[in-house]
Design a protein around this ligand. Structure first.
Ligand SMILES: Cc1cc2nc3c(=O)[nH]c(=O)nc-3n(C[C@H](O)[C@H](O)[C@H](O)COP(=O)(O)O)c2cc1C
Length: 170
């Protein structure tokens, strides 16, 4: 693989997952795309809608993605944890792109519980296991989360380097 193409895609309601996504994209020299949701998720009404969508495991309408996952070698997908689940906009993105996804990696931001279940759900929705996963609390994210991000990104770089060597041998 000459230079692996990486896309970082994420949904963020209040900015925490966006912080992580921007940092990861910068460290991987990756393209970055936000998932835009058609629901109003602001304020207490938006919180409640998000909670209900998550509990019902209900996808939501999202704006069609500008970047095509099939143009990339690896897509890194980030979501906040909602009620121990993946957020509704990321659920929709995974369902809509499942057939075209290349290799995937997942990360999530969360308050303190439910991240493992959300990451597991992301793998099920993608229809394939992640090459790497990372969960970072909102508190850690707002302090930079340098160690966790560096470990995640170096795992991804090692994976991409191994994939590149294999392609060269073929
Ligand atoms: C509807 C809703 C449900 C949530 N449920 C959980 C949860 O089950 N576990 C948890 O640790 N945090 C939960 N959170 C907190 C978010 O996962 C956390 O604040 C996250 O970092 C927000 O990311 P964002 O700023 O990118 O939207 C929930 C937040 C919302 C809005």
């Amino acid at each position: 693989m000459s230079e692996a193409k990486v896309l970082v895609v994420y949904f963020s309601r209040t900015g925490t997952t966006r912080l992580l996504a921007s940092a990861i994209a910068g460290m991987l020299a990756a393209d970055l795309e936000a998932i835009c949701d058609c629901s109003d998720r602001a304020g207490p009404g938006g919180y409640l809608r998000s909670l209900i969508d998550a509990i019902r495991k209900r996808p939501t309408e999202i704006v069609p993605a500008g970047l095509s996952v099939s143009d990339y070698d690896l897509v890194v997908i980030g979501s906040p944890v909602w009620a121990g689940s993946v957020s509704a906009p990321v659920r929709s993105y995974l369902i809509e792109n499942r057939a075209r996804l290349p290799q995937v990696a997942f990360f999530c931001s969360f308050g303190g519980h439910g991240a493992d279940a959300a990451l597991r759900e992301m793998g099920e929705l993608a229809g394939k296991p992640a090459v790497a996963e990372c969960k970072i609390t909102a508190a850690a994210a707002h302090q930079g989360a340098q160690a966790a991000l560096a470990a995640f990104v170096s795992g991804l770089k090692r994976h991409l380097a191994r994939a590149g060597e294999f392609e060269w041998m073929c």
